[in-house]
Design a protein around this ligand. Structure first.
Ligand code: KIV
Ligand code: NA
Length: 265
């Protein structure tokens, strides 16, 4: 198989071919998504929510992200694997950021890291890129700053915040990012920055003009049923299917229908 690289993604933008990205946190799902042909797999710090059950992404640690990333890379042949740098591992100074990024790359076999923020993290991005590590940016709604925002509402609806986002996009591109995630911003703002940038944008709740799209696997597979923002399209209802499978199993065990003679030695 031909492996996806940052160059592939750059070419896809140039050719107008949209980039497909999905989160993954373990070997078994990563293997399925890779076989299905997903271009980019994100080991998101949303693992803090969907794997660990925390309310926010803040508590997940570097070691925990590394564990998830190791599991994912073992299942991947073709996809480009990006790992989120967790809260607290890159904000303090650029040397700390580089050390965290190197640890992720050495221990996981992933292909790139992602971190949140604009101007505030540009020095860290430059240092990590200088070490030869591809960096994906993340602007708009940045969940590691949720207590600063106070809400998960759409970002950059006001002019001042939209101007800062546009400036941050340019700074991230100049710092050497190979792509930028745009989360929960108006579609027309995402269109404007996608056209202005030479690197691809990957949207989540950022409309159809982004160069690619990303969703959290538990949301798009319908494993989570409580989280239903308008940007989410649900492609399966695994919650219902799993409930049916498990209740069927319980019924068969209780009624002694399972196991039958052909299922026994
Ligand atoms: O952690 C995550 O899942 C993400 C995506 C939603 C972009 O950062
Ligand atoms: Na994330």
């Amino acid at each position: 198989v031909k492996k996806i690289t940052t160059h592939t993604l750059q070419k896809m933008k140039a050719n107008g071919e949209k980039i497909s990205m999905l989160t993954a946190y373990d070997f078994s799902f990563a293997k399925i998504f890779d076989a299905a042909g997903i271009d980019v797999m994100l080991v998101g710090d949303s693992a803090s929510n969907v794997m660990a059950g925390h309310e926010t992404t803040l508590p997940i640690t570097l070691e925990q992200m590394i564990y998830h990333a190791q599991c994912v890379t073992r299942g991947v042949n073709r996809s480009f694997v990006v790992v989120d740098m967790p809260f607290g591992t890159y904000q303090s100074d650029s040397k700390v950021a580089l050390a965290s990024a190197i640890k992720i790359m050495k221990e996981t076999g992933a292909h790139a890291i992602k971190l949140e923020g604009g101007e505030e993290v540009v020095d860290s991005i430059k240092r990590i890129v200088s070490a030869g590590i591809p960096v994906m940016g993340h602007l708009g709604l940045t969940p590691q700053s949720i207590y600063k925002f106070g809400t998960y509402a759409v970002r950059a609806k006001e002019d001042a915040e939209a101007e800062k986002l546009k400036k941050d996009c340019q700074l991230l591109q100049e710092a050497g990012c190979f792509a930028i995630v745009l989360e929960k911003i108006p579609a027309l703002l995402a269109k404007e920055v996608s056209e202005a940038l030479t690197i691809p944008t990957i949207g989540i709740g950022a409309g159809k003009y982004c160069d690619g799209q990303v969703l959290v696997m538990h949301d798009m597979l319908g494993i989570n049923t409580e989280f239903k923002p308008r940007f989410l399209r649900q492609y399966a209802n695994l919650h219902e299917q799993i409930i049916n499978a498990v209740t069927g199993y319980i019924t068969d065990v209780k009624s002694q229908d399972f196991p039958n003679d052909s299922e026994s030695y």
